[in-house]
Design a protein around this ligand. Structure first.
Ligand SMILES: Cc1cc2nc3c(=O)[nH]c(=O)nc-3n(C[C@H](O)[C@H](O)[C@H](O)COP(=O)(O)O)c2cc1C
Length: 469
């Protein structure tokens, strides 16, 4: 099902893989498309991502470090060229994610939705309408409204919305008012045929925040309004952000940040119960608005299972596509074994937090884009890999020989079998050593490693090292 075309209003996606918006910090503070931004998105298009959601771009002029902008007509030409080129070189569809956010300061102060006057709110609605109109002018296939995480509309939807007027308080009707007015304005600006999607959180992941009991209702309202797709994220709130002296608060540092970008310590498809509950509820109410699920989904088998089970209609893969933008193409061509697999160690998230260029820790040192290679020769071991395992300081330490390649070795996948069960890939490392901290006494472990190069070609398996803890 993953590679079946999928129609959303007037656009048809070539497959059901979505790149959810991912801030890259590659633009300058001026907000224009530059060469690095261009190269990043062209790379996703070459990889045949079904729907590319271009990173959040500001609809207003507030300062925010390096961030794309759609707050003025002057940003149209650069984005128009980008959309045009994506369409020329690939079947991918492309939409921008448009965002309004409030002010935050290094002192830790942040503007709250309670501080906004009715005139401010009307201004936000107008900004959304204008930016959506510009999205169409740019030649994008649609537009996605950012109503997730720590940002303005999401804060209105939140259970933490303590406004006392018609835009807040305990009633969900009031909390959804801004979302409704933004939608109506955007639809007026772009017409009924232009796909308008939305991203929001299925669960806030903070104490006192909402869960699926509210998000089901919010999603049903979104479907009833006429949104063309609903992308379900999680968490990413300021309320539990860790305070760092002299740094503006970053809404992905607390548990809600883990919910949003689950790291290697969480299971695959960690948040899938959110789109599942939402989809079930809106379907039962007679709406079939496509639902995008995301959160540690990287394998085609997981994606297919989600689609088969009806847990989501479209599969979001953010960090997996950052690690290897060619992932969709490789899977389509039956070359999934050549995918460079994300290990969810969140180097990318740390870079975003520090306002540094967002790259992937698996890429060669210093690379600003994913390596591009069509090489087909596989990395070689000098002998059999010379993999050795030993117990040191309550963990299993692995060491092996350096592999060679006609291009460059990018890393090593580490596979493990526990007590004779099937081997599973447990991690990837750049250097030929690894410490397995998840092994524990009384159990038997077997390991092998495979080296991979820039194209994702994998070496044969090394020797198997067996050890009883
Ligand atoms: C570096 C980085 C930047 C992100 N920027 C955005 C963003 O601009 N808008 C958004 O809705 N989500 C953003 N996200 C969240 C992702 O879209 C996605 O929901 C999350 O990473 C979980 O999906 P994954 O497990 O496939 O990576 C970002 C995530 C990362 C790692």
């Amino acid at each position: 099902m993953l590679f079946e075309p999928y129609k959303i209003n007037s656009m048809t996606l070539p497959n059901r893989i979505v790149l959810p918006a991912m801030v890259t910090r590659l633009s300058g503070e001026d907000g224009f498309v530059n060469k690095e931004i261009h190269d990043r998105y062209i790379r996703f298009a070459k990889g045949e991502v079904g729907l590319i959601v271009v990173e959040a771009m500001a609809i207003h002029t507030a300062k925010s470090g390096p961030l794309l902008r759609l707050s003025d007509d002057k940003f149209i030409p650069g984005l128009r060229d980008l959309a045009k080129e994506i369409h020329e070189i690939s079947p991918s569809k492309v939409v921008p994610q448009i965002i309004h956010f409030l002010k935050v300061a290094r002192s830790g102060w942040r503007q709250k939705i309670q501080d906004l006057s009715i005139a401010d709110i009307k201004g936000i609605i107008k900004n959304y309408g204008e930016a959506a109109y510009r999205s169409a002018e740019c030649g994008f296939d649609g537009v996605e409204l950012h109503m997730a995480h720590a940002y303005t509309v999401s804060s209105f939807l939140s259970r933490k919305n303590t406004r006392r007027d018609e835009y807040g308080g305990k009633s969900i009707e009031n909390r959804m008012r801004l979302m409704c007015e933004v939608y109506e304005e955007v639809r007026r600006s772009v017409g009924k045929d232009f796909p308008v999607g939305v991203r929001f959180v299925g669960e806030e992941g903070i104490k006192g925040g909402y869960s699926t009991e509210d998000s089901k209702i919010i999603a049903l309202k979104m479907a009833q309004l006429g949104f063309d797709y609903i992308s379900v994220s999680a968490g990413g709130k300021f309320e539990d952000a860790v305070k760092k002296e002299g740094e503006p608060p970053y809404p992905y540092t607390g548990y809600s940040g883990d919910k949003c970008m689950p790291g290697s310590q969480y299971p695959d498809a960690y948040n899938i119960y959110l789109p599942e509950a939402i989809k079930k509820y809106i379907n039962a109410n007679g709406y079939n608005t496509p639902i995008v699920g995301a959160g540690k989904i990287s394998k085609s088998s997981t994606a297919e299972e989600i689609l088969e089970n009806g847990q989501a209609d479209l599969i979001g893969m953010a960090r997996a596509l950052l690690a290897d933008p060619d992932l969709p193409k490789k899977i389509r061509e039956g070359r999934e074994d050549k995918v460079v697999e994300c290990i969810y160690w969140n180097i990318c998230k740390g870079l975003d937090e520090a306002f540094k260029k967002v790259t992937c820790g698996l890429w060669p040192k210093g690379a600003v884009q994913a390596p591009e290679s069509n090489d087909e020769s596989i990395p070689e071991w000098e002998t059999d890999g010379k993999l050795k395992a030993e117990i040191k300081k309550s963990a299993i330490h692995l060491k092996w020989e350096t592999a060679t390649d006609d291009e460059e070795i990018m890393g090593y996948d580490v596979f493990r079998s526990e007590n004779g069960l099937d081997f599973e890939r447990i991690y990837a490392v750049k250097r030929p050593s690894y410490q397995d901290n998840t092994a524990f006494s009384g159990n038997s472990y077997s390991y092998f490693v495979r080296a991979y190069d820039l194209a994702g070609n994998k070496s044969v398996k090394s020797n198997v090292a067996e050890i009883r803890f």
